[in-house]
Design a binder for this molecule. Structure first.
Ligand code: DC
Length: 236
């Protein structure tokens, strides 16, 4: 199948990709968006932005009320990358570029808790819907097909075993020259999976109408190919 063979058919306008940490959602989302000339929008960056701003402001990370106010009062924008420094998008909080700050380890350590706050989710869901409903978007997260855009045209749930995801994350970190410990990554990943999938609000789970891709024995090209086949099948 080539994109040419799909040229006369409209593609699904909204494609959602949900799944656990390090399942390859961002890689697939970015490549799929590039193929289709859609906006790639990784919604995790919004939870990361609120977490980083809360830490900057010296807020207690357990202070749900103040962090919710912060989320409600901050305009977070996701735009096409303006710099060629490895970024997938520009992330702006009230106009300030915080693209790299949101990847700091202290954000990793606190973002799960912040993303479990109902008020924070409500505020960010509104911002995500506004961007998603413009269409021509590949939107990546944990609850996009279930909560944010339940009427999306194509929903993918990208999964892999915790062991495989830890292995991939380990290799990514080694390639960047960072110190890394695969057993430690696996432990942290299991903990985060459990927290994300058992939280009261918008827990991580596949939408009933999502197509599940289990990628343990697939490389990134095979995952992209599978997703493109789904796009083709859903084309009206
Ligand atoms: O995908 P990520 O690691 O950048 O996500 C950061 C955190 O935000 C992670 O704990 C899951 C959470 N998240 C969420 O709850 N809902 C989303 N739509 C996206 C991310």
């Amino acid at each position: 199948m080539t994109l040419d063979s799909m040229a006369n058919k409209p593609f699904p306008k909204i494609i959602t990709i949900d799944g656990p940490a390090a399942s390859g959602k961002s890689t697939l989302g970015k490549r799929l968006a590039d193929e289709l000339e859609y906006l790639f929008f990784d919604t995790g960056v919004m939870y990361r932005a609120v977490t980083w701003l809360a830490l900057q402001d010296g807020l207690e990370i357990e202070d749900e009320d103040r962090i919710t106010l912060l989320a409600e009062g901050t305009d977070i924008d996701v735009r096409a990358p303006s710099l060629d420094d490895g970024r997938q998008n520009d992330i702006l909080a009230d106009g300030r570029d915080i693209t790299w700050q949101i990847r700091l380890p202290e954000v990793d350590a606190n973002v799960s808790l912040v993303s479990s706050y109902g008020g924070v989710r409500d505020a960010l869901t509104i911002q995500q819907r506004r961007i998603g409903q413009r269409g021509k978007v590949v939107m990546v997260g944990r609850d996009i097909g279930t909560v944010v855009l339940p009427d999306a045209d194509l929903k993918i749930y990208l999964d892999a075993s915790a062991e495989e995801r830890a292995r991939r994350r380990y290799h990514e970190q080694c390639e960047r020259g960072e110190e890394s410990d695969q057993a430690q990554i696996l432990g942290a990943m299991r903990k985060r999976d459990k927290f994300d999938s058992t939280r009261a609000v918008a827990p991580l789970r596949a939408a009933p109408d999502a197509v599940i891709i289990f990628s343990d024995n697939m490389d990134a090209d095979q995952v992209l190919h599978t997703a493109l086949q789904l796009v083709h099948q859903r084309s009206l």
